[in-house]
Each structure stands twice: as structure tokens, then as C-alpha cells.
Design a protein around this ligand. Structure first.
Ligand SMILES: [Zn+2]
Length: 149
């Protein structure tokens, strides 16, 4: 996932570096933290590149992505790079602090049930006003000989 910052060398400490001390031998082992550092020139942060570079596990990479998506700077100082939004699934969009303005074009088929008007809740087919099921121009395959009412 590629993020873009408004600032050069924007850096976020997602998890600080800690030192584990072996209680028996007193051996100090550094536990590397998770740091998201945006490129100085492009102002981009590519979580997959960072994963490779720092040897993060997939869980650690996702933790960094989620942290950035949910951060208060998201939508203000940091954004998703152009084109990234199209790749996201719903679960990821749900984690975003600022939700993308995705306007879903709904099928315009209306039906009246008990005096109330209901609009079809399906998404309209690209370039059409109807979903596949309601499009009058869509060639129809009717199951059985008679369409059930
Ligand atoms: Zn429809």
C-alpha cells in the first residue's frame, strides 16, 4: 500500500524500539520497532518496500498500514497515493479515518409494495441506469417458460 505525505521525510513511529533483557543472563536484545518513513524526495511510503527493507512480517506490515490509515493525520497530511484506492477491499476502507467518497450509482428500477416505493438496491451496470436484472435492454434468460410474478 502506497501512502503520500505532504511533508518531506515525514516519519511515524508505529511501535517504538525496545530492549529485551534476559532476566537470567542479563543479555540485552534489541526488539526493532516499526517506523514508517516517507521518502525525502517523493514523499511516498510504500509499505511493501518497507517490509522488504526492514524484514517485517506480513502482520507487522499490516499493523503499519492500519496505523497509518487510522491516524489523525490521515486525510490531512497523509493520503493514499493515486491509484491505491481502487485496490482496497471493504475491510480496509472501513479502517480508514477519512472514508473515500465513493458514490454508488444505484439501479433506478422502482417498485411499489403496499403503497411504498422501493428502489432496487443493486448497483447500476457501468454506463447504464439499471442493474443487470432490471435493464430492459439486457438479453434475458428466463428460467422456465413463464416468468414468475
Ligand atoms: Zn435493479
Amino acid at each position: 500500500m502506497i501512502f503520500q505525505s505532504r511533508f518531506n521525510k515525514h516519519t511515524f513511529v508505529v511501535r517504538p524500539t525496545r530492549v529485551a533483557i534476559d532476566p537470567v543472563h542479563g543479555v540485552r536484545t534489541p526488539l526493532p520497532g516499526l517506523i514508517a518513513e516517507f521518502d525525502r524526495f517523493t514523499r511516498l511510503f510504500d509499505s511493501e518496500d518497507a517490509q522488504q527493507k526492514h524484514g517485517w512480517s506480513d502482520e507487522e506490515r499490516v499493523a503499519v498500514e492500519d496505523w497509518l490509515l487510522g491516524n489523525k493525520a490521515f486525510g490531512k497530511d497523509i493520503f493514499l497515493a493515486p491509484g491505491e484506492l481502487q485496490k482496497l477491499d471493504e475491510a480496509t476502507v472501513a479502517k480508514m479515518r477519512v472514508k473515500p467518497a465513493v458514490k454508488v450509482r444505484r439501479c433506478i428500477d422502482l417498485r411499489i409494495v403496499k403503497g411504498q416505493v422501493f428502489q432496487c438496491d443493486q448497483e447500476a451496470t457501468a454506463g447504464r441506469d439499471y442493474c443487470k436484472a432490471h435493464d430492459p435492454q439486457e438479453p434475458r434468460i428466463v428460467k422456465g417458460a413463464v416468468e414468475q410474478k
